[in-house]
Design a protein around this ligand. Sequence first.
Ligand code: SF4
Length: 701
Amino acid sequence: MIKQTKSTCCYCGVGCGVIIHSENDKIIDVKGDPQHPANFGRLCTKGSTLHLSAKLDNRVLYPELRTNRDLPRKRATWDESLDLAVEKFARTIETHGPDSVAFYLSGQLLTEDYYVFNKLAKGLIGTNNVDTNSRLCMSSAVAGYKVTLGADAPPACYEDIDHTECLLIAGSNTAFAHPIIYRRIEAAKEKNPNLKIVVVDPRQTDTAKAADLHLAILPGTDVALFNGMLHVMLWEGMLDHAYIEAYTNGFAELKETVREYTPKMVADICGIKEADIITAAKWFGKGPSLSMYCMGLNQSIHGTEKNAALINLHLATGQIGKPGAGPFSLTGQPNAMGGREVGGMATLLSGHRDLANAEHRAEVAKLWGVESVPEAPGKSAIEMFDAVKEGSIKAIWIACTNPAHSMPDLNSVLEALDTAEFVVVQDAFNNTETGQYADVLLPASTWGEKEGSVTNSERRITRVNPAVAIPAEARHDWEIVVDFAQRLERRLAKNSALFPYTTTEQIFNEHRETTRGRDLDITGLSYALLNEQGPQQWPFKEGDVTGKARLYADGVFQKPDGKAQFVNAVYKGTADKTDARYPLHLLTGRLRDQWHGMSRTGNVAQLFNHAEEPVIQMSADDMMRRSIKNGDIVRVSNKRGSLVLPAQLSDEVKPSQTFIPMHWGSQSMHGLGVNALMPPNYDKTSKQPELKHTAIKLEKL
Ligand code: SF4
């Protein structure tokens, strides 16, 4: 008999609901959940082929370990593997202190997995060295929200797409990266042909091609554009001065700054027409205006300022907290939001608390029943692997992510993994570049097997349910952490029992209590309510009968005086600049049918129909100048590394710009993958690295 199980798609932050069809404990099909408010039954190519990715031949099925780096790993028992990990971590902590160990996690983990990892590091071990691949993805969006609105909370919701009159899409190829949102945008445009869609992107992506106005700005010039739009709206009398006066601080300083950003100056910086800047500003100023943005803003050394400069536009026009209006960051990974809710990053604490805040630290310590949580900030992703390389972090635990593919400046990361004294990798897949560095490899459950909850881009929490049993000796991520933590408590002779959990519901309920009174208060939610009434948006306080579709409708922000803060952002440019030696811009991004490092999508043959192999896309102008024809093999290089791959003529990139997708790694190309070339430079506030842009040279082979 075919069993149907409601769950979510495990790819992107749209968070589509799925119904998994299984028979005899095997996943045989997947359909969109018609009742899920993120997708109403629709799925993109990735989501609709999820069942084809549910194979065992690419899975880690048994624990493996090695006691000597010169020896291959061998199959081991869970007891042997976890006891070895406990002994190595305990000895390292005792000898070098808690900050000599670190955990590097993933936005793919469920909220409950994240919660126990965070508690293990900050509550039991006493280190804030917990960071995740969300640092590479959403941390500038987080910082942008916090510095302007006071909390890491996207104010808008998907329904706003249906109500907006101006949709500003910045740094996002939504058609490829968030396809189901894009379907909704297409439907909104069809219903309301007056809806103006403005796309800000150096590339002429599918999203840009369908826009009413494409602002093909030069890489990294977003802040100049947003300041220029504000300049025009100021000049045209399109600002909402009553809103600015009543609900914000800092406009006078910003006004002085944007006075300089004339359309002429901005057109020169951004490489676009003055008239287009004016048109975009007028459309935005008229409203209601919704902006959707993603990695083009976030993955930048000025990511926080890019986010803030865009949010400035909303605050200055009062385009926030009402239907069809607001800034709306599109989350990359399925549960980056849930991870942040439990404080699963080096700078955060549970319930959207800040590590730097002594009161917040005391609150979390009390909730956990521990003496204190450590004050010293943990290492963010780039800092963490740097610390591993220079030896201050000696043991690292990597779960559900593949930093040997996804981090920038990959050669440096590989050196770090080589240098580490002890590496634990906890993963479902056996085809990752990171796996080969594991001293202990722990088999984890994955999509279709896991249970817990996730939060999508619009703050909506959905239950994730298992359709089939976990294969062989794999275990749930949270179970692995709890088992390790309990053993470590005993080994360190800690007189505590911080990890009494036997179900994910117990973990969810404890997490729920940490949100009481906070901006994301979910004390009114339970597994039972989510099961019975379906996915819900936060906040959802005790006594509430529904969550909040949009935030800040009352003009009260999460700042001490309740007022939002304008940020005086100025244009600064990219980390790497083109010059005579490296004359071409290299941009990176996603393809429609692949996901991140392809550990899952790489196993589905039909997902290669859209793009079979990695290529570098080039303009006709650049190909002609170098006598390169379509399909010619070229070497792409800069000071950090080189790749060899075919060239492809593309009308999507401008002259002097090139594009390589992020998905292929060392296993499928000559070279480590495009991230090997990317700079390790990061935004000083968000610590998010600039994974979108570098400068390269190119030679025909
Ligand atoms: Fe999955 Fe994202 Fe596609 Fe929805 S849009 S089916 S969440 S990959």
